[in-house]
Design a protein around this ligand. Structure first.
Ligand code: G4P
Length: 535
C-alpha cells in the first residue's frame, strides 16, 4: 500500500526523493538474512529465495567465516545491494554480523538514512540489537522495527512493545497487530491501512492475502478470523490505541518513535508491509554533515564519501574497492572528481553497483546511492570526493582498539613485507596499527579477538607471510592532540608509551587507566581521545 508518499523535502528531484538507503540491524539469528532475501525477492533482484542464504550460514562458525573471507566476492556483492520496489529505489547496506566488527558497523551506519531493526518475537531485544540501536541513536537515525518469527511461539505483543520502549527508550507504535500466536498465528491486522493480512503457511514465497476492512467492526472479519481470536484482536487493538502513541511521521523521522510490524520473514509474511513502511516513512537521502558546510543531496554538483574499503578482492591484482555513499548530485560514469585529501583529480571510469548476486558497471548514481570504486589504495575511509570544492565529510570515526597485540613475521627477514601488509589493513580499516617509539615490531589493535585470527589468515593468504601475534604489554591506546610544545614534552617524558598510527599521528599506549588520568592531569592542554575522526 503505497500512500501518496509525502516527501519531507518536496523540492528534491524525483530521482533522489524515491531513494531509500538503509541498513538492517539485529542480533544473530533473528532473521536478517532471511528478511534480506525476501526484500530482494520482492525487489525483483533475485529469482529464488535461497541465493543469499549461503552467506548467513557462512557466518556461523569461524572456519566458515574464513572461507567466506577467502571467497570475498560473496561478502562484497552483499555489502550494498540496490533494487527497485514499486516506484522506489532501495539501497540496502549490509552491516557485518559478527560483534567483533562493531567499528565497521558503525561506519556503515554513517552511510544510511534509516535502519530496520529485526527482533525475534520469542527473544525480544537481545544484546547485539541493543548495541547497534545505541549506534543508530547517536546519529538520530529513524528506525523501523520488524518483529520476526511470529509463526512460532512468541511473547505477548504488549510485552514485546514494552520491552522495546523500556530497554531502548523509544516510543513504539504498532503498524500491525498479530492475530493468534504460534501455531494459531493467522496473520495481522494492518493498523495503518485497515487491512486484514492472512499468512499462507503452504507457500513460503507467496505474498499474504490482503483484504480491505472497514475498521475492526467490519462483519467481513468474521468470515476469516475465528470468534475467539477476533474478540481478542478487538480487545487488544482497543487497548493498544488507548495506551500506545499513534504514528507520528515527524517523530519517526527524528528517531524518537519506531513503528513495529509483526511478521514471519521465512513465510514472506509482513515483509511487503514493512517495505511499504520503508517507502512511506523511511527518509529520503538526508543532508550530510561536512566542513566547512553541510552538503545537501539536491545540489547539482556531485559529492560522496568513502565509508568502507575492501581490499584484495583479487589477490593477484591487489585491487581495492572503496564504497562511496553519494551525498549529492547526479553522478555519471567517467566523471572526473576531485579527491579532496590529496587535491588530485580522479577519473571514475569503472564504478560498480551491487545487485544481489552480481556486480555491474554503474552508469549513473544519484545522491543516496552506494557505488564501489576500484582503486589501488588512493581512496581511504573518510575521504571525500567532489567536483572541486574542498569539502570534507565529518562524523566518520576511528575507535580506539580494545585489544592490543604485538605481531611478528615468522621469517624475520620479511619485516618490510609485514609492514606493508599491516599498513594496508590499517588503511582498509581492518585493524589499528601502531609503530612504537621504542623497539622494533608493530602493535596491532582490534575491537574483537576474532579479528586477530582473520588478520593472520589474510596476511598469510594475501601476502604469503605466516605471522605470530603475541601478548603486548599495552592494553589500550589514546590519540593525543594539542599544542606541539606540550606534545613534545609528553613524548620526551614517556618514550616507552608513545607510538604512531599509520597516518603518523601520535598515540599514548598504556596498560592502566591510571596512566591516562595522569597524562590528563599533567598535560592539561593535551586531549586524549578514544576516537579519531578520519579524513
Ligand atoms: P540472521 O541472518 O539474523 O543470523 O538470521 P537468518 O536469516 O539466518 O535466520 C536464522 C534462523 O531463523 C534460520 O534458521 C531461519 O530459517 C530462521 N527464520 C528466519 N525467519 C524465520 C521466521 O519467520 N520463522 C521461523 N520459524 N524461522 C525463521 P536455521 O535453522 O538456522 O537455518 P535454515 O536451516 O532454516 O536455513
Amino acid at each position: 500500500m503505497l500512500d501518496a508518499a509525502k516527501p519531507n523535502r518536496p523540492e528534491l528531484p524525483a530521482e533522489i526523493a524515491r531513494r531509500r538507503t538503509f541498513a538492517i540491524i539485529s542480533h544473530p539469528d533473528a532473521g536478517k538474512t532471511t528478511l534480506t532475501e525476501k526484500f530482494l525477492l520482492y525487489g525483483g533482484a533475485i529469482q529464488m529465495a535461497g541465493q543469499v542464504r549461503a552467506k548467513g550460514e557462512a557466518r556461523r562458525t569461524r572456519s566458515d567465516f574464513m572461507k567466506m573471507e577467502q571467497d570475498r566476492g560473496i561478502s562484497v556483492s552483499a555489502s550494498a545491494m540496490s533494487f527497485d520496489f514499486g516506484t522506489y529505489r532501495f539501497n540496502l547496506v549490509d552491516t557485518p554480523g559478527h560483534s567483533d566488527f562493531s567499528e565497521d558497523t558503525y561506519r556503515t551506519l554513517t552511510a544510511v538514512d534509516a535502519a530496520v531493526m529485526v527482533i525475534d518475537g520469542a527473544k525480544g531485544v537481545e544484546s547485539q540489537t541493543q548495541k547497534l540501536f545505541e549506534v543508530c541513536r547517536m546519529r538520530d537515525l529513524p528506525i523501523l522495527t520488524f518483529c520476526n518469527k511470529m509463526d512460532r511461539e512468541s511473547r505477548d505483543t504488549f510485552e514485546i512493545i514494552d520491552e522495546i520502549q523500556e530497554m531502548l527508550a523509544i516510543h513504539v507504535t504498532p503498524a500491525s497487530w498479530p492475530i493468534g500466536v504460534g501455531r494459531d498465528f493467522l496473520g495481522c491486522f494492518d493498523m495503518l491501512n485497515n487491512r486484514l493480512e492472512l499468512m499462507d503457511r503452504a507457500d513460503r514465497n507467496k505474498v499474504a492475502e490482503s483484504i480491505k476492512m472497514d475498521g475492526l467492526d467490519d462483519p467481513k472479519l468474521d468470515d476469516h478470523v475465528p470468534a475467539h481470536l477476533l474478540e481478542q484482536l478487538r480487545e487488544e487493538v482497543e487497548m493498544a490505541r488507548e495506551l500506545l502513541p499513534a504514528l507520528d511521521a515527524d517523530e519517526v523521522m527524528a528517531g524518537q518513535m519506531t513503528p513495529i510490524w509483526f511478521g514471519s520473514a521465512i513465510n514472506s509474511f509482513g515483509v511487503k508491509e514493512l517495505m511499504d513502511g520503508i517507502a512511506n516513512y523511511g527518509p529520503e537521502p538526508q543532508p550530510q554533515s561536512a566542513e566547512p558546510r553541510q552538503i545537501s543531496p539536491d545540489e547539482t554538483k556531485v559529492s560522496g564519501f568513502v565509508f568502507k574499503v575492501q581490499a584484495n578482492m583479487d589477490a593477484k591484482h591487489r585491487d581495492r574497492v572503496a564504497f562511496v555513499r553519494m551525498a549529492s548530485g547526479h553522478f555519471k560514469r567517467g566523471m572526473k572528481l576531485t579527491h579532496v585529501r590529496s587535491k588530485k583529480p580522479m577519473a571514475i571510469s569503472n564504478p560498480v553497483m551491487f545487485l544481489a548476486s552480481d556486480r555491474e558497471l554503474a552508469e549513473e548514481a544519484w545522491a543516496g546511492d552506494i557505488i564501489g570504486i576500484p582503486n589501488h589504495g588512493q581512496l581511504r575511509i573518510g575521504d571525500t570526493l567532489t567536483e572541486g570544492e574542498a569539502l570534507r565529510v565529518t562524523g566518520i570515526p576511528s575507535f580506539a582498539p580494545e585489544l592490543l597485540q604485538g605481531v611478528r613475521a615468522g621469517d624475520p627477514m620479511k619485516a618490510k613485507h609485514l609492514e606493508k601488509a599491516l599498513m594496508q589493513f590499517a588503511e582498509e580499516g581492518a585493524a589499528k596499527v601502531f609503530k612504537p617509539n621504542i623497539g622494533s615490531g608493530f602493535i596491532v589493535g582490534v575491537v574483537g579477538q576474532l579479528q586477530f585470527e582473520v588478520l593472520a589468515s589474510r596476511i598469510e593468504m594475501e601476502y604469503g607471510l605466516p605471522v605470530r601475534f603475541e601478548a603486548s604489554q599495552f592494553t589500550s591506546a589514546r590519540w593525543v592532540t594539542g599544542p606541539k610544545a606540550q606534545l613534545d614534552k609528553l613524548v620526551e617524558a614517556n618514550k616507552q608509551h608513545i607510538g604512531y598510527d599509520n597516518d603518523g599521528d601520535p598515540v599514548f599506549l598504556t596498560r592502566l587507566q591510571w596512566d591516562i588520568d595522569r597524562v590528563v592531569r599533567d598535560y592539561p592542554e593535551l586531549t586524549l581521545s578514544a576516537t579519531k575522526e578520519l579524513h
